[in-house]
Design a protein around this ligand. Structure first.
Ligand SMILES: Nc1ncnc2c1ncn2[C@@H]1O[C@H](COP(=O)(O)OP(=O)(O)OP(=O)(O)O)[C@@H](O)[C@H]1O
Ligand SMILES: [Mg+2]
Length: 285
């Protein structure tokens, strides 16, 4: 599933996740090379979030995982918490669906980004001693996601921003340590269609400038089509925890091979909106 010659950054092999005797994810394998996006799509409860949490070592208690997950060759499953903590936020970052709940409502966004920067002080030698350097990095982080007037806005609280701006702030925070892998779990689902398109555009830009590998999760195939639009991008379709289709993105959208994928495509609720466009473009290509 990866272009020849580029070793996978993330390599998930035969992953199974269960609760007691019940498996919620069965035999999932996928790889993501640097700079590539892998889309993971499926209806509610199909196991998308559990898969991403397994990568981060954040599975809920009671869940057990088998198979293997390797990041840059290093096995992740079963690693002790301090090892995973060192990777989280630094090598592997994550953004979620609801930017409001992921932000602390009583802390300015500048302080929250500074906190993210200082969470891995060893990556920033002597930085902790220099408040102005931290502030500079906060401003840079906000500039990078095109938040207007960052110097002024960093003193504001989450409720003073729109939903799209809050997601930009979370993306800024996720990228402060220049992670190699970004896991985006329904990052645009809570946003209206226009803002959704802007965030997807921003992610596409950042992906390019950072050579970011991305695991992009959505129940909405139209959104996945937009996120996975570069050569080498792949899409994995999950149904009740099982992979029913896995293919290069372009191929999957041109000719969905599985009835479930066809149903997902047909049932995209926003087909009458401008999100039809990426699908139309792909069909023409
Ligand atoms: N803490 C838990 N305890 C027991 N079962 C769980 C738990 N978390 C998830 N599951 C089971 O795993 C399945 C997959 O959950 P998951 O959150 O990965 O779905 P999802 O694809 O992310 O869905 P959504 O689109 O609604 O976010 C669920 O249907 C549920 O049955
Ligand atoms: Mg989920």
């Amino acid at each position: 599933m990866q272009p020849m010659g580029s070793a996978p950054l993330l390599d998930i092999s035969h992953l199974a996740i269960g609760f007691g005797g019940q498996n919620a994810v069965h035999d999932l394998s996928l790889t993501i090379a640097p700079g590539q996006t892998a889309g993971l799509v499926g209806e509610s409860g199909s196991g998308k979030s559990l898969t991403s949490l397994a990568v981060l070592g954040l599975l809920p208690s009671g869940a057990s995982a088998s198979g293997s997950i390797r990041f840059a060759g290093q096995p992740l499953l079963g690693q002790p918490e301090p090892v995973l903590r060192r990777l989280r936020g630094r090598e592997i970052a994550m953004i979620f669906q609801e930017p409001m709940t992921a932000l602390n409502p009583v802390m300015t966004i500048g302080d929250q980004i500074a906190e993210a920067i200082l969470a891995h002080p060893d990556t920033l030698p002597h930085l902790a001693a220099h408040r102005s350097t931290v502030r500079e990095r906060v401003v840079q982080a906000l500039q990078q996601v095109a938040l207007p007037e960052p110097e002024r806005r960093l003193r504001h609280y989450p409720h003073q921003f729109s939903g799209g701006q809050r997601q930009r702030i979370l993306i800024a925070m996720a990228l402060v340590h220049r992670p190699r892998l970004l896991i985006a779990d329904e990052p645009t689902t809570a946003l209206d269609v226009t803002v959704q398109a802007q965030i997807l555009e921003l992610l596409a830009q950042l992906r390019h400038t950072h050579n970011l590998a991305m695991l992009f999760i959505s129940h909405d195939l139209a959104v996945v089509a937009r996120a996975c639009n570069q050569p080498g991008d792949t899409v994995t379709v999950l149904q009740q925890g099982r992979v029913v289709e896995q293919a290069p993105a372009r191929q999957l959208f041109l000719a969905p091979g599985h009835a479930y994928t066809q149903r997902l495509l047909a049932s995209v609720p926003t087909l009458r909106t401008d999100r039809l466009q990426p699908l139309a473009t792909l069909r023409q290509a």
